[in-house]
Every structure is written in C-alpha cells, then in structure tokens.
Design a protein around this ligand. Structure first.
Ligand code: SF4
Length: 263
C-alpha cells in the first residue's frame, strides 16, 4: 500500500517521475519478497509498487557488517512531510490482534459518534489461545470478532466458518505467523536455549503495546497525514482510487500433490 501511495501521491506532491523512485521496504516477513513481485502489484505503467524488500534480520546484518554502532546514533524521527506520521494503532499491527484492535478503535469512535477515552481491547491481545474471540456493543450494535494466528489456527477458524459451527463474525483477523509479524520469518532469530525461558512472541508484543501506550495519537483516524491523503488524493475511504491502489486480488493456485491438505 505504501509503495503504491509513494509512486502516485508522494510523486505528484514532490514533482518526481515515479520511474525515478525506488521503494525499499524493510519487513518482518520473507513472503513480502514474493509479494512485491506479484503481477497484481504492478501499475499500469509497468512499475512495481515496491522495488526491493529486505527483512529486518537482513537490515540488522547490514548494519553490523557496516560497523555502525546503532545504539550510539542520535535519535531521529521519520520524515515529517506527507507520509511520516504514524499512530499507536499502526505500532500494534505487528502483534496478533493488533490489526483488529486498531480497526475496532476507529469503528468504535464512528459508531459511538465520539472520541472514546477507553479504547484498549485486551480480549484480542495475547498468545495463550491460537484463536481469540470478543463481543462488543458499539453504538447499540453487537459486534463479534475473531483473531487467529498461525496457519494451523487459520485453517481451524476457516473450517469452522465454512461448516457453520462458528458463530457469525463481524470481522476476522488472520496472521500467518504464531504471535503475528513480531515472529515473522524475516525477524531476528533467538537461540533455542533462550526460547526455553521466554516466550519471544509475548515479549515482542509487550514492546509494541508499551510504545503504543506513549504515542500522542493512538487511533488510525487521528493520523492527520492519512486524513490529508484521503482529502487531497484518494477521496472517500473505499472509493474508486482507494480500491485501485490499496486493494488487491488473488488467483487460486493448485496445492502441492503431497500437501497435507489433500489428506
Ligand atoms: S504474520 Fe507472518 S506471514 Fe503474515 S505478514 Fe506477518 S510476518 Fe508475514
């Protein structure tokens, strides 16, 4: 999404030819390398939304190889213009339940028609259960949500939805990795011996929730630059341009013949 916005909105605002922009994404996820090459993420001019993907582990290695003492660098924030602002809602995306909680923070304000002072939804946090559920009443409406993390949990949840044994959900979140992106395949690895003493999924999520708790803005719709992006460029949320740039489609693929899915 960011890549598509950089090569359109950001390019226009800065009067740069999108062909002269190289978007490099630093990701927790090895799958993002494949994703960047998907034909659905190439624009009408043949430009990829994202040109290069490196994982957080690769970035850490590059920093080490370059001999940089990262901890001694002066504190610096993101670029202030256009696309630098972020909220606590964005920070928690990396933990299982984070995308759901961020969405509910916004939906709650919309349905209640006010800036709610209480907006932490702890029922969708944590790694103790691989599928978490919560029920909320917002603006007089009953909302039921489910969060699954790991592909095994995703399969369990989707099977339950398909065979009708699951209740009707308003919204579901699925993360491929157990714990969410904090434990993505591209993240720094922790020695197995250390993993006997700590649950790295919970430790990394804790760091994200701590950062969220001190952010000046913690709801996505309070991001003034996103607000400006919609007003100046995208139009209404879910509008035509937003769909074109921020949504994608998938094609069905054959499963491997020896996949356990065929059992
Ligand atoms: S949960 Fe895992 S597979 Fe999904 S985007 Fe995050 S790192 Fe990638």
């Amino acid at each position: 999404m960011e890549g598509a916005i950089i090569k359109t909105y950001y390019a226009q605002k800065n009067n740069i030819d999108p062909k002269d922009i190289v978007v490099v994404s630093v990701m927790p996820c090895t799958s993002k390398k494949t994703e960047a090459a998907r034909e659905q993420l190439v624009n009408a001019d043949g430009l990829k939304d994202v040109d290069i993907v490196i994982t957080t582990r690769e970035l850490a290695r590059m920093i080490r190889e370059a001999g940089m003492d990262f901890n001694a660098l002066p504190e610096e924030g993101p670029d202030a213009d256009l696309l630098g602002e972020y909220t606590g809602a964005a920070v928690i995306f990396g933990a299982t339940g984070g995308v759901m909680e961020a969405a509910v923070r916004t939906v709650a304000d919309i349905l209640e028609e006010k800036d709610l002072p209480e907006f932490e939804y702890k029922a969708v946090r944590g790694v103790d259960a691989d599928i978490k559920e919560a029920e909320l009443t917002l603006g007089g409406k009953n909302i039921r949500v489910a969060v699954a993390h790991s592909t095994a949990a995703a399969r369990k949840l989707l099977d339950a939805i398909k065979d009708g044994s699951a209740p009707e959900y308003t919204f579901i979140e699925i993360m491929g990795c157990s714990g969410g992106c904090v434990c993505g395949g591209g993240q720094p690895q922790v020695p197995a011996q250390k993993l006997m003493d700590i649950d790295i999924r919970a430790e990394r999520a804790k760091a994200l929730y701590e950062e969220d708790s001190i952010m000046p803005q913690r709801k996505s719709h309070k991001n003034s630059q996103v607000d400006k992006l919609y007003k100046e460029f995208l139009g209404a949320p879910n509008g035509h341009l937003a769909h074109e740039l921020l949504h994608t489609t998938y094609a069905k693929r054959e499963i491997y013949p020896d996949s356990i899915l065929e059992e």
